[in-house]
Design a protein around this ligand. Structure first.
Ligand code: G6Q
Length: 542
């Protein structure tokens, strides 16, 4: 094991020196020097083509980044994850989302037990249930078929299902309506159910712990809403509520039948769970075959990550490039820009995956890091973003590496739309890299005083991810790509990418404040003077 602190490792120090040497080099020159660069700095795997040539790297940069990965024993960590070791050390848990997409005859051991048969048993149970709902065989309490599915969950039990539903909408059964309720703000529930008939509505209560305040509050409101609409007969619950959880006891206590519960295990992290039973809404939408196609896509990327050498390994390359900008160029954010409207929720999904995983301030052994960890991920679909925040990416003072995502085929071609869309993504990546010099601006006849305003410095890096079309399989590959890129970054930073203690404090404080807002008697407040004053103000005005 390499115990040298990261910033004192030879490869890190060499990268720092190397950064000083090449940070002033322009992509224009790097491209001019190497006519093959656009094809040399590209790699294709599992049907995804990654062009990373428009990054501020040379062969030497990549060599040093791969050296860093090797010194940090990335391959050993990959083996440990796939081998079911308890790499989530603060929770003493294995990290096995890869087992969720393992083949039926694979073996992955946790504490000596093969977990794969259990995964497939749940998938089969989900499949049988989804077939019944989709065909109309599963009837609601009054005998009507289910037309509406409402997923109630938050965080990892919401963002993946929403994103996947939107991403795969093209493949969904259109006579089923899907809604997602996450926020404890009652409006979320009210709006989601406003036009639904309880007799035709199925609630999926998705919660790993089945204790999450928002989800349990929404689940109670869902039960009240349903019973009110179905003359209060408790027997209706069995026909209109199913649960996805690891906590059978709490599910039972809520009144949901064990037969209507779909399980997963504690070795699936919330933000890594869209391909577990948490994906029940996805499976209802696209059908068991579509869901399995998605899992096969995940698996293909898993196998690529596990077996490909670093210099051909998409997640490794993307993860290391992210380290390069974050830690050496001081870039604070990464923009994810899908040129595919169906991926409109993909950046929001990635925000949780990346920032909850790598937003950490101490190393695995609890020491404060002396380098930056997880960058801020954000984004919107193209071309919309071009007409808003791209200005700052092109001409602002910050360096914002971009991931562009594009597809060769539109799912529903419409006139020239797709060609225009793709022309835009290619143009943006080109403009960011090469910009427009003062000479070029002047040559267009621009008045001298306007020239500085119209110069594009360029040298702004981007990746272009290109795939054939957005299918369930492609989506699986794309998500797994980012999962493993996040993993790669976490290994280099020597942090626990699989816990999320940072979300706890606010939860605890909220539990303390709730009675202080609701109690009839004036509470004795012992917060800071700001929080106390705000509580008093709310009590007075509510
Ligand atoms: C994800 C986090 C978090 C979690 C939610 C919901 O990695 O753990 O976002 O998914 O807090 O938790 P439950 O599924 O337990 O309700």
């Amino acid at each position: 094991m390499n115990t040298t602190p990261l910033t004192r490792q030879p490869a890190w120090q060499k990268l720092a020196d190397h950064h000083r040497e090449i940070k002033g080099r322009h992509l224009r020159d790097l491209f001019a020097e190497d006519p093959e660069r656009g094809e040399r700095f590209a790699v294709e795997a599992a049907g995804l083509y990654l062009d990373y040539s428009k990054n501020r790297v040379t062969d030497e940069t990549l060599k040093l980044l791969f050296q860093l990965a090797s010194d940090c024993d990335l391959s050993g960590h990959i083996k440990a994850m796939f081998g079911g070791e308890k790499i989530n050390i603060t929770e003493n848990r294995a990290v096995l989302h890869v087992a969720l997409r393992a083949n039926r005859d694979d073996t992955i051991l946790v504490d000596g037990k093969n977990v794969v048969p259990g995964v497939h048993a749940v998938l089969d149970k989900m499949g049988a249930f989804c077939d019944r709902v989709r065909s109309g065989d599963w009837k609601g309490f009054t005998g009507k078929r289910i037309r509406n599915v409402v997923n109630v969950g938050i965080g990892g039990s919401d963002l993946g299902p929403v994103m996947a539903y939107e991403a795969l909408r093209h493949y969904t059964q259109r006579d089923l309506t899907f809604r997602f309720v996450s926020n404890v703000d009652g409006i979320d529930f009210v709006e989601a159910t406003l036009d639904l008939d309880p007799a035709e509505t199925l609630f999926i209560i998705s919660s790993k712990t089945f204790t999450t305040l928002e989800t349990m509050t929404n689940a109670q409101s869902a039960r009240a809403w349903l019973l009110k609409g179905l003359s209060g007969d408790q027997a209706a619950i069995a026909k209109h509520f199913v649960a996805v959880s690891t906590n059978a006891e709490k599910v039972k206590a809520f009144g949901i039948d064990a037969d209507n519960m779909f399980e997963f295990s504690d070795w699936v992290g919330g933000r890594y769970s869209m391909d577990s039973a948490i994906g029940l809404s996805t499976m209802l939408a696209v059908g068991p075959d579509g869901f399995r196609e998605m899992l096969a896509g995940f698996h293909e990327m898993d196998e690529h990550f596990r077996t490909a050498p670093p210099d051909r390994n998409l997640p490794v390359i993307m993860g290391l490039l992210s380290i390069w900008y974050n830690d050496f160029f001081g870039a604070q954010t990464v923009a994810v820009l899908p040129y595919e409207q169906y991926l409109k929720r993909f950046p929001a999904y990635l925000q949780q995956l990346t920032m909850e995983s790598n937003g950490k301030h101490v190393t695995l052994d609890g020491k404060h890091v002396d380098y930056q960890t997880g960058p801020i991920y954000w984004g919107e679909p193209g071309t919309n973003g071009q007409h808003s925040f791209y200005q700052l990416i092109h001409q602002g003072t910050r360096l914002i590496p971009c991931d562009f995502i594009a597809f060769a085929h539109a799912l529903t071609p419409l006139g020239r739309h797709h060609d225009i869309l793709i022309a835009n993504v290619l143009a943006q990546s080109e403009a960011l890299a090469f910009g427009k010099t003062a000479e070029e601006v002047k040559a267009e006849g621009t008045k001298d005083d306007l020239v500085p305003h119209r110069v594009f410095e360029g040298n702004r890096p981007s990746n272009v991810l290109f795939a054939d079309r957005l299918t369930p399989g492609t989506l699986g590959k794309l998500v797994a790509l980012y999962e493993h890129s996040v993993f790669t970054q976490g290994v280099i930073w020597n942090i626990d990418s699989f816990d999320q203690w940072g979300v706890e404090l606010g939860k605890v404080l909220a539990q303390r404040i709730i009675p202080e807002l609701e109690d009839k008697a004036e509470p004795e407040l012992k917060h800071d003077s700001s929080t106390d004053a705000l509580i008093r103000r709310y009590r007075k005005n509510r």
